[in-house]
Design a protein around this ligand. Structure first.
Ligand code: SF4
Length: 172
């Protein structure tokens, strides 16, 4: 017991450093996005994330946007709890039959103008779950999709790049 205690006192902490993001790419995309958001909205871009049946891999990358490494609120991007406060619906996963109604209701509760972004290979066409009897298909099976961000899952920088591409399209 004493040996175990001593070992644990001198052992390295279990936590390890997180992966270093591509700092230059993150800053470049983030600052460009911030400029677009300010010009277009004069406030933050608000996002409601909807998991329509994902394996949660995409969610892990989306959650990372809010961690201290990426910290996207500094670029004027904010996740909100209610679709009534959202500009963008960020939808992950193959669309499951169980989530079809929920996704439609969320879309209808989001005020215009609104944008739908399908995330990940599953969001495009069901990805590796395509053909499952539990799935309807990609997000575009029920909603008008304005942008698709590919990847399985897309990285946080790719997600930011996708949002930037969306705003560039919207603002011309
Ligand atoms: S795209 Fe990949 S990570 Fe995202 S929900 Fe589908 S399988 Fe999971």
């Amino acid at each position: 017991m004493r040996t175990l205690l001593l070992k644990s006192l001198f052992a390295k902490p279990a936590a390890i450093d997180g992966p270093a993001p591509a700092d230059a790419a993150l800053e470049e995309v983030g600052r460009a996005l911030e400029a677009r958001v300010r010009r277009l909205y004069g406030r933050s871009l608000t996002i409601r994330e909807v998991d329509a049946g994902s394996c949660n891999g995409c969610e892990l990358e989306i959650h990372a946007l809010n961690n201290p490494v990426y910290d996207v609120e500094r670029f004027g991007v904010r996740f909100v709890a209610s679709p009534r406060h959202a500009d963008v619906l960020l939808v992950t996963g193959p669309l499951t039959k169980n989530m079809r109604e929920g996704l439609l209701r969320t879309y209808n509760a989001t005020p215009d103008p609104k944008w739908v972004v399908a995330v990940g290979d599953c969001g495009r066409d069901g990805g590796c779950f395509a053909g499952s009897p539990a799935c309807v298909g990609g997000v575009s099976a029920v909603l008008p999709v304005d942008l698709h961000i590919p990847g399985c899952p897309p990285t946080p920088v790719a997600l930011l790049g996708g949002l930037l591409a969306l705003l560039e399209t919207v603002s011309g």
